[in-house]
Structures are given as structure tokens and as C-alpha cells.
Design a protein around this ligand. Sequence first.
Ligand code: HEM
Length: 455
Amino acid sequence: MDMADVDDRKVKKSFPLTRQSTLGALAAIVRNPLDAIPPSIFTEPLVFSKTAGEMKVYLADPVLIHEALVKNADSLEKGEQVRRALGPALGQGLLTADGAHWKWQRQSVAGAFRHDKLRELQPVMIAAAERTLQRLSASTGGIIDVGHEMMRTTFDIIVETMMSGGHGIDVNRVESGISDFLKPTGWSFALGLLNAPEWIPYPGKRKAQAAVEFLRTSLMSVVEKRRQHPNDRPDLVNLLLGASDPETSRTMSDAEIVDNLMTFITAGHETTALGLAWTLDLLARNPVVENKVLAEIERVTDGQPVTADHISKLVYTQQVFSEAMRLYPPAPIITRAALNDFQLGDYIIPKGTVLIVPIYAVHHHASLWSEPHAFDPDRFSPDAAKTRHRYAYMPFGAGPRVCIGNAFAVMEATAILAVLLQKIRLVASAPRPPAPIMKITLRPKHALKMKVIAR
Ligand code: HEM
């Protein structure tokens, strides 16, 4: 089917095609892709839009999201935009690969994320949170950058759990490297939309390339060191070294292992850290909720240090983290490209269409949430959650490409919140929360500075 037929016959029937001015849309994507989401998707179930000649469908209706990401998963791929923005750093690792190459990688690492395996990691998560507590306690009375502190904590956890310590990898340089890589991603999206050649320079590109080079070289040395000094720990490095494709029996090259280590290190710490930073800001501005969290921590731990047994009992604390990720989803937009024509609700989605699930808009949608902008962790009480469509809330995505680290993230976030909040109070230093800005992940526009007070 010709794409033009769909624009004009099907689409216009009930949802007028939103035509964004190409220049306006590109400027918004470079500035903050959240501004490029058509405003109508915050109230409508789906919106068709065309920018720079490219057809896009925005989905906010949970039924349609289920139909696309779950039922029609085989008709979708990550697509050119994702490859262009993330490919230089993540190659063909688990997040960016498609088809059979994705499948065997997912099967190879799935064992590390089984519930019983994750339970074994809880003491490591708590120990990392305690190191952060010590650092923050040493700053009592001072101001800290909470985003930076959470990045350090979750990075510490991912390196400890997935790479058994990381063989001396430099945390600070890795963190700034990831920021340098993510900063200009708006440009690569915008230029991708224009089909501009990939060599075209743009602000921040050189720095991003240098950062990727540094990150990949550091991880290559982790792989080399592990090959020289093998151990039998069941960590991600060994899983990847031992993986073999069930169809071809081939193993992963060192470059493919680095693709995956890069993927797990970036996807596995930045998102949780941002979710935690936003949670701490929301708690500081909502003392009633904060007191309920403190009461729960006190009741569950009986005033003793947090242990692995406490984590799953901190139910309200988890609800708070869920609600923070509703308001500030760390991965605010996911995209796919249609591999073939397929039926979606009343529409035929033609091959090549870009599907956009603006998780940020779904989580603020007027028909899915009452008072969408209010912070109310009771929305995630077990009873309230039952009354909602499963895909009205999807911080971890949906379908076969759902986040593999979902349960890992919730566990570590709960552990970190409990360990920190039990001993220190963090007070927001700005009168209002910073605006969220999307750089693949949802970051605060200005650093979240908070004052540390001992409890
Ligand atoms: C709060 C924290 C996290 C959030 C909000 C989050 C969000 C997401 C989302 C939305 C996706 C799907 C992307 C898409 O459909 O295009 C995803 C995929 C992924 N996440 Fe997470 N994530 C988090 C934590 C983690 C952690 C802790 C790890 C690893 C330890 C991880 C590793 C991955 C990987 C490898 C994928 C690709 C999975 C695949 O395609 O098979 N994430 N994440």
C-alpha cells in the first residue's frame, strides 16, 4: 500500500493529520524532544503526524499500545532513528539489535535476571547504598548534586553486580563520558529525520565520539583482562563470554561483548539514577508522603540497618518510586519502525511508518489519570493498580522488548531509598522542581541540588 493513501483516506477520517513545520519540529527535537510531542496526544488515543515527509503515529491508548508492542511485535523493529542515535555507542547490543541477533542475545543473558539471581544481588545493592550514605553524611549541612550522587551509586551497583568490580574502571570519567555522548543526541535524531548523511558535523559530536571511544576502550580492557584471568563468577561478563547462538553455535566476538557491556552499563545505571533523583526531589516537596515512607522504613526495619529481607516489604516506598516514574519516566519515549503493513485498531499502518509511544504523555494522559500532574503514590496501591489498564503505566516498556532490568531497578531503588532516608533528610534548594529535558533519558534541566540534614 502506498503511504499517501493512508494519510489521506484513513487517517483524516477521525484524526486530522498533524502537520508540524519541519523547521519547528527539528528545532524542538534538538532543544528537547518532549517539546516535539504533538500536544493533542495528551488527550487523544493516537495522533498521526508528518515531519520532513516522514509518517509517524503517536500512540497513547493502552489498548493500541498493547496491540502494537505486544501483539504485532514481529512487525516492528527498532529502526533507523534508534540505530543512528545509539548505534555508535551500543553497536548491535541487546537494546539496539533486532530479529534473530536480538533474540539469542536476550536468551543468553536472561538467566542473570531471574528472581532468585536478583535476590542474591540485594546485599551488594545495600552495601553500595551504604557507601553513598557515608559520603553524604560527611557532607551534612552542605549541598549535594543528587543526580550525580545517584549516578555514582547505581554505577557502583551495576559494575559490582554485572562485572564483579569492573577491574579498575574509572567511575567519574565513565559518568562524564555517558553525559557527553547523550548531550547531542537530539541532533542525531533531527538529522536522521532529514536523512542527512551521518558524517555531517553538529555541536558536541566530536566530544561524543571521543567519549564513546574512551568508554568502549575501557570495556574492551575489561574483556581482555577477564580472558587473561578467567573466573567462574556467574556475572554478565562470563555469561557473554560463554554465550552461543543456538541456531549457528557461534559465540560473541569481543566487539559484540563490548556492545552489550556498554548497553548494560548505560541502560542499567542512568535510568535508575534519574528515577531516584526525581523521587528524592518529589519527597522533599511532599512531607506527608515522606513521613509515610519514613514510618514504613521504621516499621519494617525496626530501626535496625536495612537488610535484603526488608526490601520486598517496603511496599509503600516502591509505590513512591513508581509514582515518581509516572511523573518523570526515565525513558520518556520509545520508538519503532513498521517492517510491513499491519492492522492497528481501525487503521492499516504501512511499512516504514515510525511508531512512537510517548510514555511521558501516556503517564500524563487526561483520560487515564485523574489530576495527572499531582504526585499521589496511592495510585499504585495494589487495589488502585488493579483498576487500570496494564499499559496505562509502562516506565519499562512493553512486549518482548520490555526492560530486562525491570525487577533489578525496582530492587536497587528501594534499597537505596531505604538506606538513605533512614539516616538523612534531603531538602530541595530550589523553590520549584527543574523542568525535565529529554536526552534519550529524562534529565533535570538544572542539577538537582539538595541540602543534607542528619535525622
Ligand atoms: C528505572 C530504571 C529503568 C528504566 C525506567 C528502564 C526503561 C527501559 C525501557 C523503557 C526499555 C525498553 C525500550 C524500548 O522498548 O525501546 C528498556 C530496555 C532495556 N533495559 Fe531498562 N530501564 C531501567 C533499568 C534497567 C536496568 C537496571 C538494566 C540492566 C541491569 C536495564 C537494561 C535494559 C536493557 C538491556 C534493555 C533492552 C532489552 C531488549 O531490548 O531486549 N534497564 N529499559
